[in-house]
Design a protein around this ligand. Structure first.
Ligand code: PSU
Ligand code: MN
Length: 298
C-alpha cells in the first residue's frame, strides 16, 4: 500500500522509536472549529512532550498520509469536502482521490499497516441505541487489528452494555486505567466491568507483549476515565442526549451523520460542558498513550 509519511514519523519508524497514531474524524467531524484545530495541535504537542512521536492519519486527494503538516491539519479542520472515512470508504477515497478524515476503524487499519502499535482517541464506535443492527465498523476492526487503543470507552450516544458484550464475544480485552469499570465517556464509570484493572504502563506493555507472543490479532482496549474535574453527572448527560436524539429524529439525521450531529447538539445544550470534557479526555488519553508507547516493544 502506498502511504505518505511526514519526515518526523518516517524517522521514528525507521529508528524504531515510539509512535502514537491519532485519528482525524474527531478533528473534521467530532469537534467544532476552532477547538478542533487547537486540539489537533495540542494532542500532537502532548505526545511529543511525553517522549513519543505523533502520527495523525488522514487522506488528501486519495493519498493516505501518516503524520500531517500544519496545512493538512487545517484542511481537515476547515474544509467542507473532507469525508468521514471508515474501513469501507478507504478504497473509494483512494481511487476517487477524495480527501478524508479517518475513523477509529480506518486509523487502526492504516496505523497497523504503517507499523504503529499504539493509537489514542476519545471514544470508539459501537452498537447503537435503539438499532442493534447499527454496529460501527470500529468494532470488527478492533477484532482483527493488533493495536493498543487508548480511549475513554465508547461514544456516549451508543448502547454501552451491548457494545461491552460485543467486545467480549470478539475477544477484545478491555483494560481499565486505574479503574475497575469501563468509563462512559463524559462520566468516569458506566458500571460495566473491565477485564483487568491496570495501574502502570509497564503492566499494559506486558499484556500487549503477551498478546503478540501468542499471535493474537485483536486489539487491546485501554479505557481511561475523563479527568475528574471535567466529569459530567450521568443523569445530566442522559438528559442532554435524549433531547439531541429527539432532534436528530425530527430532522431525519441518518447513518454516519448521526454522531457528528448528536455531539454538536449536546455541546449546544450543555453550554459546551460536553465539549470541554471531550477535549480534556482526548488530551489525557494522548498523554497516557505516549507514556505507554515508550514501553511497547517494536
Ligand atoms: N467518538 C467521539 N467523537 C467522534 C468519534 C467517536 O466522541 O467523532 C468518531 C470516531 O472517529 C469513531 C467514529 O471511529 O466516530 C465512529 O463512527 P461510526 O459510528 O459512524 O462508525
Ligand atoms: Mn453506524
Amino acid at each position: 500500500m502506498k502511504m505518505n509519511f511526514s519526515e518526523e514519523v518516517s524517522g521514528a519508524l525507521h529508528f524504531e522509536r515510539p509512535v502514537v497514531a491519532l485519528e482525524s474524524t474527531v478533528i473534521a467531524h467530532g469537534l467544532p472549529y476552532p477547538q478542533n484545530i487547537e486540539t489537533a495541535y495540542k494532542l500532537e504537542r502532548i505526545v511529543r512532550e511525553n517522549g513519543s512521536t505523533p502520527a495523525t492519519v488522514g487522506i488528501f486527494d486519495g493519498e493516505i498520509t501518516v503524520g500531517l503538516n500544519d496545512e493538512q491539519l487545517e484542511i481537515l479542520a476547515t474544509s467542507p469536502v473532507v469525508k468521514k472515512v471508515s474501513r469501507r470508504d478507504l478504497p473509494i477515497a483512494a481511487a476517487r482521490k477524495y480527501s478524508g478524515a479517518t475513523t477509529v476503524a480506518a486509523t487502526s487499519f492504516l496505523a497497523h499497516a504503517a507499523g504503529i502499535k499504539v493509537f489514542a482517541t476519545g471514544g470508539i464506535g459501537g452498537v447503537h441505541r435503539g438499532d442493534l443492527t447499527d454496529v460501527s465498523a470500529d468494532l470488527p476492526e478492533l477484532a482483527q487489528t493488533p493495536m493498543l487503543v487508548v480511549c475513554s470507552g465508547a461514544k456516549i450516544v451508543l448502547d454501552l452494555p451491548a457494545t461491552r458484550e460485543w467486545l467480549e464475544t470478539h475477544g477484545i480485552p478491555v483494560l481499565g486505567w486505574h479503574c475497575n469499570n469501563m468509563p462512559a465517556f463524559y462520566s468516569r464509570s458506566s458500571g460495566l466491568a473491565v477485564d483487568q484493572r491496570v495501574d502502570s504502563s509497564r503492566e499494559v506493555a506486558a499484556i500487549v507483549k503477551a498478546r503478540d507472543d501468542m499471535g493474537l490479532q485483536n486489539a487491546i482496549l485501554l479505557t481511561v476515565p475523563v479527568p475528574d474535574q471535567f466529569e459530567l453527572p450521568t443523569d445530566e448527560v442522559e438528559a442532554v442526549l435524549k433531547e439531541a436524539m429527539a432532534l436528530a429524529e425530527k430532522e431525519n439525521v441518518k447513518g454516519k451523520e448521526t454522531t457528528p450531529y448528536l455531539l454538536s447538539k449536546m455541546s449546544e445544550l450543555s453550554n459546551d460542558k460536553t465539549l470541554a470534557a471531550n477535549i480534556a479526555l482526548l488530551e489525557n488519553n494522548a498523554r497516557i498513550a505516549a507514556e505507554i508507547s515508550l514501553r511497547i516493544e517494536r
